[in-house]
Design a binder for this molecule. Structure first.
Ligand code: GDD
Ligand code: MN
Length: 405
């Protein structure tokens, strides 16, 4: 139903820059910070909070906080939650005015939190509140991540139609196909109920789209041990789900974005695009320097200059775009100069390799010289990319200082 509520939910997200969770600057008495993202959950929020407090007070009295992050719901969920704050000092309420979206709401809550362990539970009672204590147990045993799973032992869904089950499993399968190493780590990667150790994600830029924060945490976090606890996803008693077609599109965008930013595939595609721009620079300059209608310089000198300018062009774009995430970690003119020298040397060797392959393929193997050149260029692109990926824009892993994790 296109009412005011859903209209404001579809407003474009104002912020697309990644969000970072700060590490704790000093020891905190808070052991668990649990975020409850809400949009139009006024009818459930009070019952959820009182059930959560009831169980957490038995195990973590004075050592947990609940953070409601509401997106200015028209049903005044934030106000209902704020009214509970008088009796519950452990309750924080954030009411976002500009930003929208489930995953970023959770991150904003974690950003202002103080806990060693961070968690999330839906605000509509579909996740059983008592699950938090069940998830807390593996965290106490030292797990980095504890996930509430519909597909682990004793887990399930309530009265889902066959169609809904197929859609849910289908979404999981698509995710597994695109990011097997990430989604394959847990039985229910689309879960919105989990606890994660703060140090597993602190300081890492996170950029989730839509709903699926767990995938972002699994993909980018420093997550070692994972434990799963089965639970039955309850039927909604009040309000309605906010999942829309847009949420599904965002899920796919999120998967593709992760695929391109993890590992070398995205960098390779950008590197090849830059290489193509360099070819144009080289061709135009060669024509300008060598062609008798222009400067008419010798072929060797003209080619050397045009290649070098193309290399400089490529370096600039690769440094600013292709490998920007690495460049950001190694700022300063001296670092840039070092990268430039390495890139230049690798590309010049690549140029020699290109000529060598061209002669080998055309003169000795009898392949037509244009086809031979194409093959040679293809091989050299891989050579250039691989060596530059490994040497010029290399990320050196910095081990965290054990005294200051
Ligand atoms: N702040 C904020 N902003 N909260 C939101 C937004 C938003 O844009 N969209 C949804 N929420 C809140 C809802 O109010 C609810 O508390 C929770 O996030 C889950 O949203 P639902 O719309 O109820 O999702 P669902 O029930 O279809 O699916 C949930 O459960 C699945 C199974 O664990 C989600 O948590 C899924 O991520 C999860 O896979
Ligand atoms: Mn729900």
């Amino acid at each position: 139903m296109p009412n005011a509520a859903s209209a404001s939910l579809t407003a474009p997200t104002a912020l697309v820059t990644p969000i970072q969770i700060p590490p704790l600057s000093h020891p905190s008495p808070i052991q668990l910070s649990l975020v409850i993202p809400t949009y139009n959950e006024a009818s459930s929020i009070q019952s959820l909070i009182s059930q959560l407090c009831g169980s957490l007070d038995t195990v973590l009295p004075g050592a947990y906080e609940l953070i409601v992050v509401d997106d200015n719901s028209p049903d005044h969920t934030a106000k209902v939650a704020q009214e509970l704050q008088g009796q519950l000092p452990q309750l924080k309420v954030i009411c976002r005015q500009q930003e929208r979206g489930l995953a970023t709401a959770v991150l904003r809550g974690w950003q202002v939190s103080q806990g060693e362990v961070l968690g999330v539970i839906d605000g509509d009672l579909q996740h059983p509140p008592e699950m938090i204590l069940k998830l807390w147990q593996p965290m106490q045993r030292g797990a980095d991540l504890a996930v509430g799973s519909r597909y682990a032992e004793s887990g399930g869904v309530s009265y889902w139609s066959l169609g809904r089950r197929i859609i849910s499993r289908g979404a999981q399968l698509i995710g597994l196909a695109i990011l097997p190493g990430v989604l394959g780590r847990v039985s229910d990667p689309l879960s919105g109920l989990f606890l994660v150790r703060r140090k597993s994600i602190a300081g890492i830029p996170l950029n989730p789209k839509g709903y699926k924060l767990l995938i972002e945490v699994l993909a980018r976090g420093r997550v070692g041990t994972i434990e799963e606890v089965g639970y039955v996803f309850q039927e909604r008693q009040n309000g309605e789900s906010k999942i829309q077609l847009r949420t599904c599109i965002q899920y796919l965008q999120h998967l593709i974005h992760l695929r391109l930013s993890l590992g070398p595939l995205g960098s390779f595609l950008r590197f090849s695009t830059v290489g193509l721009s360099g070819t144009f620079v080289d061709m135009i300059l060669l024509y300008f320097l060598h062609d008798p209608s222009n400067l008419g310089w010798g072929l060797m000198a003209s080619k050397l200059i045009s290649s070098e300018v193309a290399i400089l062009n490529n370096f600039l774009w690769n440094d600013l775009w292709t490998f920007r995430s690495v460049t950001k970690l190694q700022p300063g003119a001296l670092n840039r100069l070092k990268r430039l020298v390495k890139f230049n040397v690798i590309c010049l060797i690549g140029l020699l390799l290109n000529s060598f392959l061209l002669i080998l393929l055309s003169e000795y193997l009898g392949i037509h010289y244009l086809l031979a050149n194409l093959i040679a260029i293809g091989i050299v692109v891989f050579w250039n990319f691989y060596l530059n990926f490994k040497l010029s824009w290399r990320v050196t892993e910095v081990k965290p200082n054990p005294k200051n994790p």
